[in-house]
Design a binder for this molecule. Structure first.
Ligand SMILES: NC(=O)c1ccc[n+]([C@@H]2O[C@H](COP(=O)([O-])OP(=O)(O)OC[C@H]3O[C@@H](n4cnc5c(N)ncnc54)[C@H](OP(=O)(O)O)[C@@H]3O)[C@@H](O)[C@H]2O)c1
Length: 251
């Protein structure tokens, strides 16, 4: 068996949404695992705080991913600190939680821009460099709402359903060049995004009880799945969405 099948040592990995929640936790873990990590989000102060605390090779790029026209230039900035990236993790996300009757065009467009449009166009700008290496990994973030409808989730659900198909389409387009595309679909993990859910203990308990395992997620639950998808361990896995949800969608 190949040694260090799950190694990310020396890999250059860009993580969007790294100022908070899942993106931040994943960035920290990947740094500790020996990757060169470029953390991207809007809040420069939060990114700097992450960098100050990170153990390993960490760099930051503050940018607004909703500014789709700027993504080709952003891709060049992302590649400045450590060279062309090997892995893109699209973890930035937004949920406006507007009811279908109240959803605004602005809210809809912003949700689609962050959750669906930016992951594609940032990947499109980074893929030529991955093609040159003949190796690359794209990891998108789906959701329970990639598959299920939740209250006040019409824009978020539409975007995350889109991520499911985007992931398959990316795999179809780029896997022959050595670039796999997969997605992680977390269950309920406590972050800024899910503060309204975890702020309601009855709702949080209800979600925990809906899982097969009987609890909501913790950041450590994502370590194995992320290392798997970033490394050679997942060489023959592409176009898939892996639910890290304690069995929420199994029931
Ligand atoms: N937490 C969960 O239970 C859960 C469940 C299913 C799926 N997910 C998905 O997992 C991913 C991470 O979510 P999370 O829970 O960690 O959310 P979070 O804590 O709210 O983090 C969201 C991140 O996205 C960044 N972001 C938002 N708008 C941006 C923009 N315009 N430009 C650049 N960055 C932007 C934020 O940074 P700035 O504000 O600094 O820009 C922040 O770093 C998302 O795709 C989410 O949909 C999460």
């Amino acid at each position: 068996m190949q040694k260090n099948l799950f190694s990310v040592e020396g890999k250059t990995i860009c993580v969007t949404g790294a100022s908070s929640g899942i993106g931040r936790a994943v960035s920290t873990m990947l740094c500790e695992a020996g990757a060169n990590v470029i953390a991207v989000a809007r809040r420069a102060d939060a990114l700097q705080q992450w960098k100050d605390e990170a153990v390993g090779n960490a760099e930051i790029v503050a940018a607004d991913l909703s500014d789709i026209d700027t993504l080709p230039d952003l891709a060049l900035d992302i590649c400045k600190p450590f060279g062309p990236v090997d892995v893109l993790i699209n973890a930035a996300g937004l949920n406006t939680r507007q009811h279908a009757d109240a959803v605004t065009f602005e809210g809809w467009r912003n949700t689609l821009d962050i959750n669906l449009n930016a992951p594609f166009f940032l990947a499109q700008s980074l893929v030529p460099m991955m093609k040159e290496k003949g190796w690359g990994r794209i990891i998108n973030f789906g959701s329970l709402q990639s598959r299920r409808a939740f209250a006040n989730g019409i824009a978020y659900g539409a975007s995350k359903g889109g991520v499911d198909q985007l992931t398959r389409a990316m795999a179809e387009a780029w896997s022959k060049d050595g670039i796999t595309a997969n997605a992680l679909a977390p269950g309920f993990f406590p972050t800024e995004l899910t503060a309204p859910v975890f702020g309601d203990s009855e709702l949080a308990d209800k979600n925990a009880n809906q899982t097969c395992i009987g609890r909501n997620g913790t950041m450590d639950d994502l370590t194995g799945p992320v290392l798997f998808l970033c490394s050679d361990a997942s060489n023959y896995v592409t176009g898939q969405m892996l639910y890290v949800d304690g069995g929420f969608t199994a029931k």
